[in-house]
Design a protein around this ligand. Sequence first.
Ligand code: ASP
Length: 290
Amino acid sequence: MLAATRRGVDILRGGGNALDAVIATVEALENDEYFNAGYGSVLNIDGRVEMDAALMVAEARTAGGNNGRDYVPEARAGAVAAVSRVRNPILLARAVMETTPHILMVGAGAERLARRAGIALCRPDELITPRAKARWRLMFERKLMTAETADGREGGTVGAVAIDSRGALASATSTGGMTGKLAGRVGDSALIGAGVYADASGAASATGQGEAIIMFALCREAVRNLSMGKSAQVARATILELGRRTGGEAGVIIVDRRGRLGFAHNAGAMEVATFDPENGIRHYWPEPIT
Ligand code: ASP
């Protein structure tokens, strides 16, 4: 996680933009088998990988009037759902945003776009790690032994949010979803407003029970709540509210337009790394809030 964070930090320190920084960070996490995204994604009920990813960026652009002092926030987004043949779904989400008039693409059309955008395709099996296979087997064994209806959640979804020196705010999220999910199930991580959101006031990325996050529109809600407080308090209040309203478990990371960072979760665990010029990179395992 720290190595992935450094990739984003290097981009921002070199004067790069927030979108490149969150994409580079998420791409590095997708490539690491430890995380449930890209290589190392968890397996669906059929033992296959189906990944979701999305990103959103809000940039201030000069409208031209009022001697160039009129800034108009412009937001763009891209996403893919249930893709099985790309190592880095977040790069494909970027291609959707930058090379099509659409926001969310799935299936054969998304793969065709990958080819056109020069994103290498792989065999679906190449994304399966021994660890993912073991988790999948364990899920069946547990169900057989205890007849539980556990959904096999173990997390590992990845996400990043950033603000750059020009004030652009970006968010990116990528996941293999949940072990044992039905084939074709799409979670929050592919949906703008649920697993990812950015506008002129802030950017957010989510993890946790996708169905609860979708019903609550978690990231949209978190960014909207920034009008009522600082990122840290907003993260806590928004997660508590999600818990109250849906009974679900989730985590969120937020940056606001002044660069203030916030994160909170009510799930088993969530690992977080932060960077700001004053404090450098920091690493946390925040306690769940109740
Ligand atoms: N939110 C992801 C999903 O529901 C899973 C996770 O974050 O653990 O697909």
